[in-house]
Write a protein that binds this ligand. Structure first.
Ligand code: PA5
Length: 426
């Protein structure tokens, strides 16, 4: 479901010549769970060995909730947040017609945003899913307090109890304790799966079930990717090798993930977190950035074409089949001179733009381009692509010699903030 094209990467030969034994050794570290951070490799087999009983229960709870609410507030940040948002937008688009709308909160400390959502909810029937593995993360923690109180004030404790769900650690942690004390339904984040690798766990599944996404199809896609990537020779590892060569041998510092569909924007955000938090440590790693074309061709496109060289390369997601398509209407006067496009659909024009831009950036601009062809944008494709990138990320991180599954650097800001806020113990 993903076809990789390195013909504009400038390193086609280097990729072919790359040490296969190195890739094989890392593959074994991932599959046999022998590498550093191996206690966080639960995601590798998860699309097959996930808890089926809990999945059925989640479906039931989601169905019941759908009958009662118009809005599900998803309270979470980082890896507990981005997967569900990326999947929802990629699959449903930016104006979904589903009965239940997802609103993401707790991913910011912005007072304006938090209060605006509060105002918006005043005449809505809403529920809350609070997703946090640790249960102590500041941003979702304080947001949850606001909306839990709002729901109780509006609907009373009994109704609120039925509409609040916690997704958290199995036994320990503050959120588990709170949920048990209040009688909220809880679903479990497996111990051996970290936030940014957790989209197939209840972290992603529960909100996606409530907004009506076909999670069975998502699992089918993930399982297909699992199968396709079981062998050490596969396209995800080729992609990992390509970015490793561009970074460590050719000196590139940034990778820009480009999509030509606005509804892929949050997918690129999910990807940025996956790679940025996994690789950026011990003074190494590519800085992941993203663009949506042709939107950003009218801004960052100038820099990519003619700005500082040998800084960034592009990875392009080329969606072959759009969810919808339409023709360009003809006008009698043709004052803007665009009637020549009326024999083509928007998607055909978008695809032509993609070809022209690759030629401009890769050939004239000398910016290496890696092309990833995606068949479509549905639940199956999301499942396939998310798993594919996770596997590529594990390979990438281990090639760099770092632990892809921790994030010690994010503690520094937290400690400073806690000191300034006078948190007890800091
Ligand atoms: O990828 C990660 O592990 C992080 O981004 C976490 O998901 C994020 O910090 C949120 O953590 P928690 O789920 O404990 O609230």
């Amino acid at each position: 479901m993903i076809k990789v094209d390195f013909s504009n990467s400038q390193i086609e030969q280097e990729i072919k010549k790359f040490d296969k034994n190195k890739v094989k050794a890392v593959h074994q570290m991932i599959e046999q769970k022998t590498g550093v951070g191996n206690d966080f490799l639960g995601w590798v087999d998860y699309p097959e060995d996930f808890d089926k009983t809990e999945y059925l229960k989640m479906k039931k709870v989601a169905q019941n909730l759908q009958k009662e609410i118009d809005v599900l507030l998803v309270v979470s940040i980082g890896g507990s947040y981005l997967g569900a948002r990326a999947a929802n937008e990629m699959i449903n688009g930016l104006f979904p017609t589903n009965k239940v709308k997802l609103i993401f909160v707790g991913n910011t400390i912005s007072s304006t945003y938090t209060q605006q959502v509060f105002e918006y909810l005043k005449d809505k029937e809403f529920g809350i899913v609070n997703i946090s593995k640790s249960g102590t993360t500041t941003e979702p923690g304080i947001a949850f307090r606001v909306y839990e109180k709002q729901l109780i004030d509006l609907k009373g404790k009994e109704i609120a109890k039925k509409r609040i769900i916690a997704v958290t650690d199995k036994a320990k942690g503050a959120l588990k304790q709170l949920a048990t004390a209040e009688g909220y339904e809880t679903f479990t984040i497996p111990d051996d799966i970290g936030g940014r690798f957790s989209v197939f766990s209840p972290v992603g599944l529960f909100p996606l079930l409530v907004c009506g996404i076909d999670t069975d199809a998502m699992f089918a896609g993930a399982k297909q990717a699992m199968k396709d990537l079981k062998n050490e020779q596969n396209s995800a590892y080729d992609y990992a090798v390509a970015r490793y060569i561009l970074n460590t041998q050719k000196g590139y510092k940034c990778e820009t993930l480009v999509a030509y569909e606005l509804q892929m924007q949050m997918f690129t955000e999910w990807w940025k977190q996956l790679f940025g938090e996994s690789e950026g440590k011990d003074g190494v790693g590519l800085f992941p950035t993203s663009c949506i074309f042709s939107t950003d061709l009218h801004s960052l496109g100038q820099f990519i074409q003619e700005g500082t060289k040998n800084v960034l390369f592009e990875t392009i997601i080329d969606i072959k089949k759009p969810n919808l398509d339409l023709n360009v209407p003809k006008t009698q006067a043709d004052l803007d001179g665009l009637n020549y496009l009326t024999t083509k659909t928007f998607h055909q024009i978008n695809q032509t733009a993609l070809l022209g831009v690759i030629d401009a950036h890769a050939n004239e601009g000398k910016v290496p381009n890696i092309i990833l062809e995606f068949d479509k944008m549905d639940a199956e494709m999301f499942g396939y692509a998310a798993y594919w990138f996770m596997k590529a990320c594990a390979m990438s991180g281990y090639l760099l010699g770092i632990n892809p599954f921790n994030q010690p650097g994010v503690e520094v800001y937290k400690t400073n903030m806690f000191k300034l806020l006078k948190k007890p113990g800091f």
